[in-house]
Design a protein around this ligand. Structure first.
Ligand code: DI6
Ligand code: FE
Length: 401
């Protein structure tokens, strides 16, 4: 006897084994036991099974729960003042060099208690959940000292413990150089490698860095990644967002989960990513908010069959975005992804970018029952609306959330 049988629905399984656009099964049904999907198929084929509750969904579309695989959801304060400065003509890089940018969020974050960080982030998390998110990655990176980085990771964990959402926490150890290390870059990189990583072990699932002219050099990132490797932690990298530093190739050498942003990536970098089995995480919200014009090389990613994930990059500086479905739209409108590619980017490939591809990301037997139920006639509607209100219901681990 199954726990639940969802029936009278269409399913965008996003499972490549289902040979149809969106892996769609029309007029389908889903069996759930102990929080996991046990059977997915056509309604007529599942009609003989018994379940404690049988729920006809009135022709709704069911998708995997959305996966937001790149956010900086936890931070103190916000940066609406810099938004105004940018509107007057200042660039993101100029503001950063003048001591604003990431460093201004660092000041506010260091002053915030664990509770303030959690309660500040909760409404943002709830907005993402209303939009359909069932798994979210949250990075640290606004502490830039051991104590505050750990507090941020605890805040991420605290949010996961108190809300119906899976949280994956990432130590963003090299995000910006804090003011007290201005003339001592090497010492800061050592602090990150030798103290932050060991302290974050067990709390963070992966280690990240910002390879950029206003961030860190390839050599500095290598030192961090060497330490991550020593502590058996996976890595990922903010790469080629504002310029090409050959970060994608570096990440590939360390077997990274993903390289993220990639607007300025070249073919050599993309080839290296393909060879390492990495995911390209594209962040159309940051591209939009910074009014960028250089798009990530989508055709090269397709040519080399690098999986594409899409995420909000929710952060106070370059991507103050709280809507996952808006990212689906922007991935299509700004980056010319197909709706199927965009939805795969926030489900199957988002899961892959977190190393969770065997657990979540498609509606397939054996995976966790993380689902969204949408009142829609076609899956492309999820990408088509600007300002979509979100799914009618979310199910996390088989339970209504
Ligand atoms: N790239 C980004 O888009 C964010 N961090 C990063 O490395 C921006 C973070 C911020 O401006 O606060
Ligand atoms: Fe980011």
């Amino acid at each position: 006897m199954w726990d639940r049988l969802l029936t009278d629905c269409h399913i965008a399984t996003m499972d490549p084994a289902v040979d149809a656009p969106f892996g769609a099964i029309e007029d389908g049904a889903i069996g759930i036991v102990d929080g996991r999907i046990v059977r997915v198929g056509r309604r007529v084929d599942l009609a003989g099974y018994r379940a404690r509750t049988v729920e006809p969904l009135g022709g709704a579309w069911v998708t995997p729960g959305l996966v937001d695989c790149h956010t900086h959801l936890v931070f103190g304060g916000n940066r609406s003042d810099e938004f105004e400065q940018r509107l007057k003509g200042a660039t993101y890089e100029e503001i950063a060099r003048a001591g604003g940018g990431i460093v201004s969020s660092v000041k506010a974050t260091r002053q915030a208690s664990l509770e303030t960080l959690i309660e500040g982030a909760r409404p943002r998390l709830k907005a993402l959940m209303r939009g359909g998110v069932t798994t979210v990655e949250i990075k640290s990176g606004y502490g830039l000292d051991v104590e505050t980085e750990i507090r941020m990771l605890r805040a991420a964990r605290g949010l996961g413990d108190s809300e119906e959402v899976r949280v994956v926490a990432t130590l963003l150890a090299l995000h910006a150089l804090p003011p007290e290390y201005q003339a001592r870059r090497e010492a800061f990189v050592r602090l990150a490698a030798e103290q932050m990583i060991p302290a974050a072990k067990g709390l963070a699932d992966a280690v990240d860095a910002f390879a950029e002219n206003i961030g860190f050099t390839i050599d500095e990132v290598s030192k961090l990644f060497d330490a991550a490797r020593m502590h058996k932690m996976r890595v990922k990298l903010h790469a080629e967002q504002l310029s090409n530093r050959e970060g994608a190739a570096l990440a590939a050498r360390y077997g990274a989960l993903s390289a993220d942003h990639l607007e300025h990536a070249d073919e050599a970098g993309i080839e290296a990513m393909a060879g390492a089995g990495m995911v390209a995480v594209l962040l159309p919200g940051a591209f939009y908010a910074l009014n960028e014009t250089k798009k990530p090389p989508i055709d090269l990613l397709r040519k080399h069959k690098v999986p594409i994930a899409i995420a909000t990059d929710c952060n106070p500086g370059t991507s103050p975005i709280l809507s996952p479905t808006l990212m689906l739209n922007m991935a299509c409108t700004l980056f010319r992804l197909t709706p199927e590619e965009a939805l795969a980017g926030m489900t199957r490939e988002g899961a892959r970018a977190l190393g969770l591809q065997d657990e979540i990301g498609t509606v397939s037997p054996g995976k966790a029952a993380d689902l969204c139920i949408w009142r829609a006639n076609r899956p492309a509607e999820l990408c088509y609306w600007i300002g979509h209100p979100g799914p009618e219901r979310r199910i996390v681990a088989g339970l209504d959330a």
